[in-house]
Design a protein around this ligand. Structure first.
Ligand code: PLP
Length: 400
């Protein structure tokens, strides 16, 4: 009998050998240290818990005033915040903002807006694995463009591979992650200029994910795509990273572009957003009270990111060390290159069994060669240093 399921994803999605092994060790009560913990509610960050919660319980949240873009007063507060963050000047218009439940959901809306089933969007490689799901669920092809690495200068977008992807046809949007996860690289000025020209030539929109924009680690100057009007452009952000509050479920799209195209896009996006009305009133009402907390949160977290990256470099680099910490301009992840004494998978299993250490191997992110691992810079610093020591110890023993 035909089974009534779509073929959008290659499901079922069986757990890989690393997660099976981690589950086995947990079941045997082995305490594991997660070197790639990315959940900001689990890394001992000091939060102003009471005032965060108080802002959620306003009487206004007993009222339901559906608006496809989300509550006007909250969008006004967000627009003011975004304008100030991008250096004042011309204010960002609240009517070009749309609230969703998350940035992931916002991607889905934008793929529906821009692409028909079978069309393609360009996504960065290495990049974060969620794209295979987000594009697959919309029956859209995720076509990758390369980022290449040179040490120590860092990552660059391979513009030839991006243009090749466009030239193959059917591309409706270029996804830029600024800075990218897990490479931590921002879109440089020259890259931006070239990509805008290519997007314009091939009639592709830009989707720019800026969830890590404010988390600068080793970057020089960085610039947002907010308000970019050379092409149709959608900048994504949300509370997940901006305030480390993924559980609150609020993301947003900030749209810009040439006037006639933008007007049409806003009208169509309104129909999509109206079909879901995803954002909840309590969190939208809380937002104006939470936004003033962003600078304090980011300053504190950036200090932690910087201290952890310094600990990683101190623990792994120097002398004739066979380890390398890749340049990390921003974001919550640092990539390390390990001596390739075995495959990434075997090394990751060894780290798990012998050092009780969880790491994500580079192949999770489609790195071009082995052996790389992703580490999370948001980890509590004492645990982070402990993780670096165990990691180093594992390789020292192998090399001895
Ligand atoms: C680059 C990037 N964008 C978006 C997200 C997801 O954000 P949200 O929780 O708003 O869906 C993540 C999550 O790790 C991410 O790494």
């Amino acid at each position: 009998m035909r089974r009534p399921f779509s073929a959008r994803l290659p499901w079922p999605n069986p757990p890989n050998s690393l997660s099976l092994e981690a589950a086995r060790l947990k079941a045997a009560s082995v305490p594991l240290l997660n070197f790639v913990e990315s959940n900001p509610t689990r890394v001992g960050l000091e939060r102003e818990g009471e005032s965060l919660l108080a802002a959620l319980s306003t009487r206004a949240s007993l009222d339901y005033s559906p608006n496809p873009r989300g509550l006007a007063s909250s969008r006004e507060a967000l627009a003011a915040f975004l304008s100030e963050r991008s250096g004042g000047g011309v204010g960002f218009p609240p009517e070009k903002l749309f609230f969703s439940a998350s940035t992931s959901e916002a991607y889905g809306w934008l793929f529906k807006l821009l692409a028909d089933p079978g069309d393609a969007v360009l996504v960065p490689k290495p990049g974060y694995p969620l794209f295979d799901f987000l594009t697959g669920l919309e029956a859209v092809e995720a076509r990758s463009y390369r980022l290449s690495y040179a040490h120590p200068s860092g990552w660059r977008i391979d513009l030839d591979s991006l243009e090749e992807g466009l030239a193959r046809g059917g591309v409706r949007a270029i996804v830029l992650i600024n800075p990218n996860n897990p490479t931590g690289s921002y879109v440089g000025e020259e890259e931006r200029r070239r990509i805008l020209a290519l997007a314009s030539r091939y009639g592709a929109a830009l989707i720019v994910d800026e969830v890590f924009l404010g988390f600068r680690v080793e970057a020089g100057t960085t610039a947002s795509f907010l308000g970019e009007d050379a092409v149709l452009c959608f900048v994504l952000d949300g509370l997940s990273k901006l305030l480390g509050l993924p559980q609150m479920k609020l993301g947003w799209i900030a749209a810009s572009g040439p006037a006639d195209l933008l007007e049409e896009a806003l009208g169509r996006l309104e129909i999509i957003a109206d079909s879901y009305l995803s954002a909840g009133s309590p969190v939208m009402n809380a937002l104006p009270g939470w936004l003033p907390l962003v600078p304090g949160f980011q300053t504190a977290l950036n200090l932690r990111l910087g201290a952890n990256l310094a600990a990683l470099r101190a623990g792994l680099e120097g002398g004739d060390s066979p380890h390398r910490v890749l340049r990390c301009e921003g974001g919550w992840t640092a990539l390390v290159e390990a001596p390739r004494l075995a495959s990434e998978e075997e090394l990751a299993l060894g780290l798990l069994r012998e050092k009780s250490l969880i790491l994500h191997p580079g192949y999770y992110f489609d790195m071009e060669r082995e052996a790389f691992f992703a580490t999370s810079l948001i980890l509590e610093p004492r645990l982070f240093r402990e993780a670096v020591e165990r990691y180093r110890g594992f390789f020292d023993a192998l090399l001895a």
